[in-house]
Each structure stands twice: as structure tokens, then as C-alpha cells.
Design a protein around this ligand. Structure first.
Ligand code: 9MR
Length: 589
């Protein structure tokens, strides 16, 4: 209750591993506060003084830092005490992140389309019938939101399966790509990732571990999104248009259509013709399902992940690996033939994932194909790309170059040692910049932005991934401390004092924007299962009705509310849970 713990002391509500950095933040102005750490019996185990940060624009508060890293004795029910205020209880425990890694991966099973979600796997609360069990979809044909007529195509594709993207029922190749890559990268980095955390998945008992089973479910879907050979289709033509106020950089007028040889390209998405309301369990979706035009970005997402698939399944299932490699090479050729086919946002039942710069997707796909095949064509494409030498930023769905660099920096692949060392140094340099950002905000997280973007929690966790890799490469403790700072924030060390992960911590997110986990709208439906990440504070694109009322009134880290209607702040998504999984698995490895 409120009297029992004060929301003004903020820390990771799950706790800390014994040897890790331990930080709490207290909102307090003036002189350094006196703090104490007490154990479950109320005994003081450590005391000290806060380190004032001063004004913090990110949180809008005056804060002080509490560092109790040298409290290392395992135990439950510790608290921080400052005057009359007490923090939420927390644990000091080894193997702290195992359940989180396991649940963060289970999210993807929950999001599966095309198969029932089984009670024996997830429990009766979250079981549901299959959504969209047989999805043989025609192409969108007709007028888009702007009244522009799209030609459609002459075939229907069986695109059953894969993961629903988020709280909606769209399945997007662009966002599927980074999400799948992130799961598979966890495995490539550490072959045993999650081998210890088996669930009784439907595929249980096969040779692969659950991570591979789950990843394959999406890979098979992405392969289905590839256009058969010999197909011509019409897509918007013309050079990309420059960004202009009021118009996203990727948006262009598709008035002018050109016929292209689309064989090998991937459709951007399969989705509902019109947005559905909430709640809407997927099996009840009344909307027509359509595939939307192919894009260069989707095609390169397919090329990249299918090339990665060919490596990962080599020796596990060689036939599947060969199928992936053939699809990847076909996609690469198709993208080279059609390098400027961009997505448009102008359809009425799904998100856009439109991206006006696909140079990074070209680099990423070439890097994955190079790592898999060693071929000169891909080596040339990699080394000629400006992304090969550019400063790295945290990856995101429209910004995938870093994924290619990470792959080329892993051991075993084809670059000369000096080149690999240079890429590793670039990753470490990015990690150093993220650590420097900790000084730029009161809560001490390795992320600074004047405005927090849609899905900001994923920006932070994708930075944590790079920090984790920097630790792998250097062994330096400061990088692990940076990963811990990021997970701390997500689990409660933030100015709202909320854990953004369902089921974890004293004040977890409970009402994500989701069409099935809609308990707040229909008591017969469940809330979210444990291990689901909210997108997090969004101070830049506050586009839902809840967020609109908060515009201009919240500091960036506080532009968030636990409301099912707040889709621009509190949705869940596969590309956000993927780095949560990566980071939780990394923390345990
Ligand atoms: O994550 C996406 C974010 O970067 C964009 O700014 C936003 C608006 O275009 O869309 C987000 O992606 C959503 C997608 O379009 C549809 N499914 C839900 C996704 C998460 O909100």
C-alpha cells in the first residue's frame, strides 16, 4: 500500500545479482540525503549519502543517486530507507534473470497466428483458439486513403503463421525481420542461450531448443511472404522524394505506377483491410486479410534473416538451411533489381513501417549473406557501403545497419581478423558513447534524447545489447553495469516508479494496448502474461487520445500511462520484446 512504500525511491523492483552494480534514485532536492539499506528483518546493512544530480530534464525532477553496489549478501525483502520513505522490496539473488528471459521468449508463442495457444503451454488463463488459421490472402486492390488506385496482383499467397506484430493483428515483414534476427543473434552469440529454460512448446522433444522452435515459426512465415518467380506487378515509381515539413521522409505519391519483375520480392505485410476495435481476440477478427505491395525494405529483411537462418540451421536441419539460403539469394537479387520500392502508409487497417532509406537494409542483408556464404559479391557490397565504416547507433526497425555489423563482428565469419577487430572497436565505441549518456540524465541510464520516441524502451534495450557485446569483447565491468542500468530502468528505476514489464516487480504494467489481453475492457479476457514489455514513454509522437491530453505536460520519461487505449505509449511489440529477451538472456550468461 501507499503508506507501506514510497514511490519517490526508484529502483529495479526485481532486484540485483550479487556482484552487479546497485543503484537507486531518490527524488529529493537540496543537500545530500541520508539513506540506508535494510534487510527483510529491518536491520541496517549499509548507510550512505545521496549524490545530488540537480535538475534533470529527462525526468522533470531533482534527483539524487544512491549507490549500494557493495551490498552483496543474497537475500529477499531488502529495502532502501530515506527518512520516512521506504522503497519497494527487492532481492539480491543470483540467476535473477532466468525467469524473465524465459517469459520474454514465451511472449512470441503467445503472439503466434495460425495455431491455438495451448493451455498446457501457457496455462488456461492465456489459452485461446487459433487466430487466422488458414490465411490464403489476396493482394490489396482498390483505393488507398488518398484515393489512389492500386492494381493488386493475380495470385493469392498462403501466409498462414508467424507472429502478430503487437496489439494489432498485422504481420509485417519489416518488423518481423529485426525481431527474428534479435532472437537468432542471442543464439549465435551464445549457442546455449536458453537451453536451460525449456517450456513444453508444441515442438518440444525435437532436437532444437525452444529458441530455435520459436524463431522458425516466424522464419517460415517470412518465407511465405516471398513472391513467386515470374510475377510482374505494379508499384509506385519515381525517385524518392525529399523530406518536407508535415510529410514523412518515406512518403511519396504513388500516382505513377511502373510494372516491375517482382519475383523474389517480399510483400510488406499481411493485415486487416480496416482497423478493428478493442477488445478483439484474433479468432473473432471479422476483417478481410490482405497482402500489401512488395517493398525493397521487406525484401531485404527477408534476405537478411533467411541468410542468418541458413547459418543457424546448418547442422540442425540442413534442408531448412538450404531452403533459407535459396530464398535469401533470390530476395537479394530481387532487391538489386528493384532498389527503390518504398512502403506507403496510406492503408486503413495496419501500420506503415515505411522507410525512405534502405541503404542500411542493403548493408545488413549483404553482411548476413557474406557471413553465410563468403561470396565476393556480398563482400563487395559490404565493403562499398558507407555503413561499413559509419558510427554505430542502436538498431531499430528503420535502422538496421548495426545488425549487419554485429553479425560480422561475431567469431567464425569471413572477414579478415583486422576488419573484424575494427568492427568490434566500433561496437565498443558506441557502447562508450552510451555510457557517457548516463551522465546526461538523472536516472543514469545509457540513453539521452531530447524527445522520447515511440517504443523508447526498445531504444534503451537495443543500446543494452551493444553494451552487452562490448562486455563480451573487452570483459570490462563498466559495460555490464551499463546493461544493468538499462534493465533497472525498465524494471522500475524510472521517475514513474513503474516496472514496464508485466508480472515483474511491485508495480508492473498491467493494461497494455492489446486486442486479446484486454482485461480492463472485458473481465472475461486475461491481462498480459508475465514478461511482456510496454513500449514506454513517448514524448514525440503522442498520437492516441490518451497521449494527446498529456502533450506538452510531461517530461520525456514521464509521458506514459498504463492504459489500454494509449497505443502510442503502452503497446507491446515483437521488436520490443526481442531485445528484452536478448538482454535478460545475456544477463544470465
Ligand atoms: O514501432 C513503430 C513506431 O516506430 C512508429 O513510429 C509507429 C507509427 O508509425 O508505429 C510503430 O509500430 C506499430 C505498427 O505500425 C503497427 N503495429 C503496432 C506497432 C507498435 O505500436
Amino acid at each position: 500500500g501507499a503508506a507501506d512504500s514510497s514511490p519517490s525511491i526508484h529502483l529495479n523492483q526485481l532486484g540485483f545479482e550479487p556482484a552487479d552494480a546497485k543503484t537507486a534514485i531518490v527524488q529529493a532536492s537540496g543537500a545530500p540525503v541520508e539513506w540506508a539499506v535494510v534487510d527483510a528483518g529491518g536491520r541496517e546493512v549499509k548507510r550512505g549519502r545521496g549524490q545530488p544530480y540537480g535538475d534533470d530534464p529527462a525526468s522533470g525532477a531533482k534527483v539524487q543517486r544512491i549507490d549500494f553496489s557493495d551490498v552483496r549478501t543474497a537475500g529477499e525483502g531488502y529495502r532502501i530507507v530515506v527518512g520516512d520513505a521506504r522503497s519497494d522490496p527487492f532481492a539480491i539473488r543470483s540467476r535473477l534473470y532466468v525467469p524473465l528471459a524465459k517469459d520474454a521468449l514465451a511472449f512470441f508463442y503467445h503472439q503466434r497466428a495460425g495455431v491455438p495457444i495451448e493451455a498446457r503451454v501457457v496455462g488456461a488463463t492465456w489459452a485461446r483458439p487459433a487466430g487466422h488459421p488458414k490465411e490464403v490472402a489476396k493482394c490489396f486492390a482498390g483505393k488507398d486513403e488518398r484515393g489512389i488506385e492500386w492494381p493488386g496482383c493475380a495470385y493469392a499467397l498462403d501466409v498462414t503463421g508467424g507472429w502478430y506484430d503487437a496489439g494489432d493483428h498485422g504481420k509485417y515483414v519489416v518488423n518481423g525481420g529485426i525481431s527474428l534476427w534479435t532472437l537468432l543473434n542471442a543464439r549465435e552469440r551464445h549457442a546455449a542461450a536458453l537451453a536451460h529454460a525449456r517450456r513444453e512448446f508444441p515442438e518440444a522433444g525435437n532436437a532444437a531448443n525452444d529458441l530455435l522452435d520459436e524463431a522458425r515459426y516466424e522464419m517460415e512465415f517470412l518465407l511465405r511472404m516471398q513472391i513467386p518467380d515470374g510475377v510482374r506487378t505494379r508499384v509506385p515509381a519515381g525517385a524518392p522524394r525529399p523530406a518536407r515539413a508535415g510529410r514523412p521522409a518515406w512518403e511519396r505519391e504513388p500516382a505513377d505506377f511502373a510494372g516491375i519483375d517482382a519475383g523474389g520480392m517480399a510483400h510488406q505485410k499481411v493485415a486487416d483491410r480496416n482497423w478493428t476495435g478493442l477488445p478483439m481476440p484474433p479468432q473473432n477478427d471479422p476483417e478481410e486479410r490482405l497482402v500489401y505491395p512488395p517493398t525493397t525494405a521487406a525484401t531485404l529483411n527477408l534476405a537478411a534473416t533467411a541468410a542468418q537462418c541458413a547459418r543457424v540451421w546448418r547442422g540442425v536441419d540442413n534442408a531448412f538451411a538450404a531452403r533459407c539460403l535459396a530464398a535469401a539469394e533470390r530476395a537479394w537479387k530481387a532487391a538489386k533489381r528493384n532498389p527503390e520500392v518504398y512502403a506507403t502508409n496510406s492503408f486503413t487497417g495496419s501500420g506503415g513501417y515505411g522507410d525512405g532509406d534502405v541503404s542500411d537494409e542493403f548493408y545488413w542483408a549483404a553482411a548476413e549473406l557474406l557471413a553465410t556464404t563468403g561470396s565476393a559479391e556480398y563482400r563487395d557490397a559490404v565493403t562499398a557501403s558507407p555503413h561499413f565504416r559509419a558510427e554505430l547507433r542502436e538498431p531499430g526497425w528503420p535502422s538496421t545497419a548495426t545488425l549487419g555489423t554485429i553479425t560480422l563482428a561475431l567469431p567464425g565469419y569471413v572477414l579478415p581478423k583486422v576488419e573484424r577487430a575494427r568492427l568490434r572497436a566500433a561496437i565498443v565505441a558506441a557502447a562508450d558513447r552510451f555510457l557517457a549518456d548516463e551522465r546526461g540524465n538523472g536516472y543514469g541510464i545509457p540513453y539521452v534524447a531530447s524527445g522520447y520516441p515511440w517504443g523508447s524502451n526498445s531504444n534503451l534495450l537495443n543500446r543494452a545489447m551493444l553494451l552487452g557485446l562490448a562486455h563480451d569483447f573487452t570483459g570490462e565491468a563498466k559495460y555490464r553495469a551499463g546493461v544493468v542500468a538499462a534493465i533497472d530502468y525498465v524494471l522500475g528505476r524510472n521517475p514513474l516508479g513503474r516496472s514496464y514489464v508485466s508480472g515483474y516487480g511491485a508495480r508492473p504494467m498491467m493494461n497494455p494496448h492489446h486486442r486479446f489481453w484486454a482485461h480492463s475492457l472485458d473481465a472475461k479476457l486475461p491481462g498480459p502474461p508475465p514478461g511482456v514489455l510496454s513500449g514506454g514513454p513517448n514524448s514525440t509522437a503522442m498520437s492516441d487520445d490518451v497521449a494527446r491530453t498529456m502533450r506538452g505536460k510531461c517530461a520525456p520519461q514521464t509521458c506514459w500511462v498504463d492504459d489500454i487505449h494509449a497505443y502510442s505509449m503502452n503497446e507491446v511489440a515483437i521488436n520490443w520484446n526481442a531485445p528484452l529477451f536478448w538482454v535478460a538472456a545475456w544477463l544470465d550468461s
